[in-house]
Every structure is written in structure tokens, then in C-alpha cells.
Ligand binder design. Structure first.
Ligand SMILES: NC(=O)c1ccc[n+]([C@@H]2O[C@H](COP(=O)([O-])OP(=O)(O)OC[C@H]3O[C@@H](n4cnc5c(N)ncnc54)[C@H](O)[C@@H]3O)[C@@H](O)[C@H]2O)c1
Length: 428
């Protein structure tokens, strides 16, 4: 029987697609540009493999708790799955599916030899003790052990997971294998085969593509005004690099509030304040302003580096930045994308802008396989080259097709993924 139109998989509800629905819209936007490869496009609309696991652990008080865990491998046409693991009480299958698909697109957009994957557990890590967190991490790793591995699917940190969680995952996988498999996860501590430069890589990549974008539109970074939402790993590092390049970081928002200093914030002092107090709120050398005023602040660069869905149809019209560089994953809704495009704001999409993290994860994996470790200068140099080339490639496709950088990034990435699929053919 020939079947060319495909219904949604039965495990999805058409009226409640969540983040996966946003991803599907992005694929639909790019399909007209895929030429004969559009014959294969359905492959992008169905994750290759979805594993849902029950993660039971004994709590410190002796009771048994069950958590819901996922690992989704969206596509492995270009190489093993690659993508982070998120610990959050609101994680859903739809979210993990979308994040895994964005990893496929990101890895193809910057041309690292990976497919896309993502994992998550529905839990609030702040409510668990360290011992409970270790037990839940180890049990989750054992449950997904059947589909991960250094040549199959390589997890990494994401929201609320860190080097320690990666060390426990690596140890658990290695115990099951009977040998130390450092290449099974990236984002590990340096002492366990982690890479120099990995912690700063995403923020550094955001800064590098910001400079490239500025160069293409004739904007000077030195003296430019920057506002940043989220002052954690990504936002904090990007802000520091902008500051060191002579830009003025004038506004910062995080979960503790919004601060502003029109003369430029003292970024090193702010980083020290955040390290000490956990947030930007209460920083002395700035004015506290209402959160709602953040988006309309006068600036050249806006760096969303916190959560998904922050720039919406309700605030996109207030944005005065010339360039928005998406440090976070999925910070802009498709409606807001259209508003920014109409207003002439250049949006550097997440799948390029925040790919520095996975690029240095790739370096970590290569170093683990060869057991030979590179210097930080070498890593930063290679990172900057990959980020610049990726941005320039996407820029030219956007010019050729007169489309946004997001659609251009999807054109580049989906073409690479579907070419790989076509060359490999369908098994059997
Ligand atoms: N760390 C990486 O390597 C990496 C790589 C690619 C993408 N990302 C994405 O970047 C984003 C940030 O990741 P991170 O590693 O910097 O996380 P992080 O936990 O280090 O920092 C998150 C920041 O967001 C802020 N925040 C949280 N809720 C907020 C709210 N309601 N309003 C304003 N700010 C809020 C927090 O205060 C914190 O400053 C996430 O979307 C993540 O998926 C991270």
C-alpha cells in the first residue's frame, strides 16, 4: 500500500503538542526549500527511538519514590545520538522530543558528526539529598543503558545536571560494561576525561557568533550595549566576554530580578556577587527595575540565556536590540520570530548560537577516544573556527533564499541530515 501522508503518531495528542508542536512548525517552514530531499522529510517528524523508564529509588527516610525518565534519540543518520539530560519537575515527553530534534538540527548546522538525542527525569533536584540524587542518576543510567554508549548515544549536562551527575553516569555505565568508558558522556570533570574549555564553551560560542553577526551588519562590538537574560553558565560567560571586548552590559535579568546601569555594569563584580548570593538581585552598583521593562531596554545586543518561550508575541514588539543571539534553547516563539523579522531585528537562532557547548563536547569525546588531551588555546581556536564557519554558511543561505537565519539554519541542517539518510538508504 502506498502511503504519502502520515498521521501523527498515536502517542501524540494533536491539541496538546507542546514544544514538539513548535519544532514541527519549524520543519514545515523549511520543507519547501528541501527540493527532492523533501521526500524524506517525514523522518524528521518522528523520533527514531523513544525510551520511557520508571526510576525507583529508596529515599533517605526509607520510603520508595518513583520518577519518570526519558531518553529520546531523534535521528542518528549522521552519527550517534548526542544531547543533554535535564532534571526538572516539569519535563515532559514532548519537551524531550523537541530538545532531541533541536540537537539533530544543531549538530548538523555546525557539522559535528552526531545525530540528536535528549534525556530527562521529572524531578525537582532541590528536593533530594545528594545521596538520593546519586541513586536516581545511577538507576536512570542503568535503565537507559540499553540504548546509550560511546558509539551509540552520548549524554551531557543540561538544566540542573552538572559534572558530578556526568561522573556518576560514566561510572554506572562503566560498572555495567566492566571497563571504564569515559566517552559515554561529555561535560565530565577534567580529572575524568573532561575537556578544558567545556564549561565556558557555550558562552564563548554565543560571543563569537555575536561578533560575526555584528560584522555582517557593520556594527561595532566595542562600545555596543548588551542586555542579558539569565546570568548562569551561558549568560554569565557571554557577558564577561562582551565586557572584555569593550562592550557595555547595561541590563541583566535572572530569577532574582532585573538590574540596570546605563554606564555599563561591572561584570566581574556582578559575577562575584552571583557566585556569592545566587542571583543578580541586590547588586549594589545598579538600579533595580521592574522585570517587565527588561525587553524594551535600549541596546544593540539582546542575549536570552535562561529558559524556553521567553520572547513571545506579547513582548517581541518592545525589543529595540539590533541583534538577538539565542543562548537559551527555544527562547523565541514562532509568532515572536515573525514580529522580530518584520521589525528588522536580526535573530541568530539557538541551533547555531548555542552550539559551542556541543562542539567542545565533540572535542571531549574525540580526546577521550584517543586518550590525548589538547590545550585550552587549541580548543578555543578550533571552537571559534567552527562557530564562525557555521554562522557564515547559514548567513549565505539566508541571503540566497531571502529567509531568516533560523530558516536558513534549518535548511543547512535538514539538508545534511536528509542527504545522509538518502545515501544510507532504508534498511532492509
Ligand atoms: N550550559 C550549556 O552548555 C548550554 C548549551 C546549550 C544551551 N544551553 C541553554 O542555555 C540556557 C541556560 O543554561 P545555563 O547552562 O546557563 O543554565 P544555568 O542554570 O547556569 O543558568 C540559568 C539562568 O537562568 C536564570 N533564570 C531562571 N529562571 C528565570 C526566569 N524565570 N527569568 C529570568 N531568568 C531566569 C537563572 O537565574 C540563571 O541565571 C538553557 O536554555 C540551556 O538549555 C546551555
Amino acid at each position: 500500500m502506498s502511503q504519502t501522508t502520515h498521521a501523527l503518531p498515536s502517542y501524540l495528542r494533536p491539541d496538546d503538542l507542546g514544544p514538539w508542536g513548535i519544532y514541527l512548525q519549524q520543519v514545515d517552514r523549511v520543507t519547501p526549500y528541501l527540493g527532492s530531499l523533501s521526500r524524506w522529510v517525514e523522518t524528521l517528524k518522528r523520533p527514531k527511538r523513544i525510551l520511557i523508564v520508571d526510576v525507583p529509588i529508596e529515599l533517605d527516610n526509607g520510603t520508595i519514590a518513583h520518577f519518570e525518565g526519558y531518553r529520546v534519540q531523534h535521528n542518528t543518520s549522521r552519527g550517534p545520538g548526542k544531547g543533554g539530560v535535564r532534571f526538572h519537575q516539569d519535563v515532559t515527553l514532548s519537551e524531550v522530543m523537541a530538545l532531541s530534534a533541536w540537537m539533530s538540527v544543531k549538530n548538523a548546522a555546525v557539522n559535528v558528526p552526531y545525530g540528536g538525542a535528549k534525556g530527562g527525569i521529572r524531578l525537582d533536584p532541590r528536593k533530594l539529598s545528594m545521596a538520593e540524587l546519586e541513586r536516581v542518576t545511577r538507576r536512570y543510567t542503568s535503565e537507559i543503558n540499553i540504548i546509550i554508549g560511546p558509539t551509540k548515544d552520548i549524554p551531557a549536562p543540561d538544566v540542573n545536571t552538572n559534572e558530578q551527575i556526568m561522573a556518576w553516569m560514566m561510572d554506572t555505565y562503566s560498572m555495567n560494561e566492566g571497563s571504564t568508558a569515559s566517552g559515554v558522556v561529555t561535560g565530565k570533570p577534567i580529572s575524568l576525561g573532561g575537556s578544558l574549555g567545556r564549561r565556558e564553551a557555550t558562552g564563548r560560542g554565543v560571543f563569537v557568533v555575536s561578533c560575526e553577526a555584528a560584522r555582517h551588519i557593520g556594527l561595532e562590538v566595542k562600545g555596543a550595549r548588551v542586555i542579558v537574560q539569565g546570568f548562569g553558565n551561558v549568560g554569565g560567560i557571554a557577558a564577561r566576554l562582551f565586557h572584555e571586548a569593550g562592550a557595555q552590559v547595561v541590563g541583566v535579568q535572572d530569577h532574582t530580578g532585573t538590574i540596570y546601569n546605563g554606564g555599563g555594569l561591572d561584570v566581574p563584580a556582578l559575577l562575584a556577587h552571583v557566585a556569592e548570593t545566587g542571583g543578580v538581585g541586590g547588586f549594589a552598583r545598579a538600579d533595580k527595575i521592574p522585570d517587565s521593562e527588561f525587553w524594551g531596554l535600549d541596546c544593540e545586543f539582546l542575549i536570552p540565556a535562561a529558559l524556553e518561550g521567553q520572547i513571545t508575541q506579547h513582548n517581541a514588539g518592545q525589543i529595540r536590540a539590533k541583534i538577538v543571539v539565542e543562548g537559551a534553547n527555544g527562547p523565541t516563539t514562532p509568532e515572536a520570530d515573525d514580529i522580530l523579522h518584520e521589525n528588522g531585528t536580526l535573530v541568530v537562532p539557538d541551533v547555531v548560537a548555542n552550539a559551542g557547548g556541543v562542539t567542545v563536547s565533540y572535542f571531549e569525546w574525540v580526546q577521550d577516544f584517543s586518550s590525548f588531551f589538547w590545550t585550552e588555546e587549541e580548543i578555543n581556536h578550533r571552537l571559534e573556527r567552527i562557530m564562525r564557519e557555521a554562522f557564515d554558511g547559514v548567513w549565505h543561505v539566508a541571503q540566497d533564499h531571502k529567509v531568516s537565519l533560523r530558516t536558513a539554519a534549518f535548511i543547512v541542517a535538514c539538508t545534511r541530515i536528509l542527504q545522509a539518510r538518502q545515501m544510507r538508504g532504508l534498511y532492509p
